[in-house]
Ligand binder design. Structure first.
Ligand SMILES: Cc1cc2nc3c(=O)[nH]c(=O)nc-3n(C[C@H](O)[C@H](O)[C@H](O)COP(=O)(O)OP(=O)(O)OC[C@H]3O[C@@H](n4cnc5c(N)ncnc54)[C@H](O)[C@@H]3O)c2cc1C
Length: 275
């Protein structure tokens, strides 16, 4: 099989120990030769320096890396300063998002939605950046309807995004249907599937409730039946997620983006089964 186009996401570590641990993780994952690494950005700019530091360190090691940039709570001036920082560091790609402020913060800021951020980036920096945006095959949790969410996605692409990465899901049909609808709505850019390996049932449940990703009943019940048996959870997760990745690639997904959670083992195991 031809090596699929794949990328790996990290979050910026908050401690010296986390930074060291991520270096070890990264060295292992770099052996898989991903197209690029991406590094998340805390909404409201909370990880701004950590994101840039992690991205520049990865690039110094000889790998391509993309910072995420979320606009919620930001002003045109603050976002402009960040873009200038990225440019000054010769960063050529980024993932543009609205982001979510923690509850109690209100929205504030000068950007309401990610399409406004994409427009602003293009107006400020022309074609300097390759821009990726987020897509939601199972609908973003705040969207009024699937059609409204699709319309928002199309607006984001039309604002100048080059490609999209989806929220994770465990139902390949939701992805295929979303891509088909996006194509009918005129989106021709690649829509890369976001993949969350399954290694920990409690954590997965918590994330999924927050971001609106559905864990199918049969997967949820299987995971629950393993209790604290983490070896069985990981083995089951590896089988299920690998089978889904195989289906996605066979069905035409242009690439896979792994949410690594700064861990190497699960992404590596899935990857090795795929190639
Ligand atoms: C690949 C990926 C990477 C991510 N990385 C990060 C990260 O680094 N940092 C972070 O904080 N979060 C990150 N997130 C989470 C993301 O910020 C949240 O899902 C957030 O709630 C939405 O961001 P968005 O860019 O998709 O927003 P948008 O595209 O702006 O959509 C947000 C909501 O608003 C609706 N909407 C959009 N435009 C309009 C409009 N004009 N009128 C009415 N409704 C509208 C949409 O339907 C949707 O419900 C990531 C998500 C993904 C999938």
């Amino acid at each position: 099989m031809k090596t699929p186009n794949f990328s790996i996401e990290f979050f910026p570590p908050k401690t010296a120990e986390g930074t060291e641990k991520l270096r070890v993780t990264r060295a292992k994952l770099a052996e898989l030769n991903p197209k690029y690494f991406s590094v998340t950005f805390g909404a409201g700019g909370t990880t701004q320096q950590g994101t840039l530091d992690t991205v520049t360190e990865i690039r110094r090691e000889g790998h391509d890396a993309a910072p995420h940039l979320s606009c919620v709570g930001g002003t045109r001036e603050s976002i402009r300063a960040i873009l200038n920082d990225f440019k000054a560091n010769d960063i050529r790609r980024l993932v543009a998002l609205r982001g979510d402020l923690p509850s109690g913060y209100g929205m504030g800021g000068e950007f309401r939605y990610a399409n406004e951020l994409v427009e602003f980036i293009r107006a400020e920096t022309g074609d300097w950046f390759h821009i990726e945006v987020a897509a939601y095959p199972e609908m973003h949790p705040q969207a009024r309807s699937p059609q409204d969410d699709l319309n928002s996605f199309v607006r984001k692409m039309q604002a100048g995004a080059n490609a999209a990465i989806t929220q994770y899901f465990y139902n390949a049909d939701a992805y295929f249907r979303f891509v088909e609808e996006a194509r009918k709505a005129g989106v021709t850019a690649p829509i890369v599937a976001g993949i969350m390996p399954i290694t920990n049932s409690t954590q997965l449940q918590r994330f999924s409730e927050m971001c609106g990703a559905e864990i199918p009943r049969w997967i949820r019940l299987k995971l629950a039946s393993y209790g604290d048996d983490t070896a069985s959870i990981k083995a089951f997760g590896l089988d299920v997620v690998t089978a889904m990745c195989e289906r996605l690639l066979a069905g035409g997904a242009p690439g896979l983006h792994f949410y690594s959670l700064n861990q190497a083992a699960a992404t590596t195991a899935i990857w090795q089964r795929l190639v």
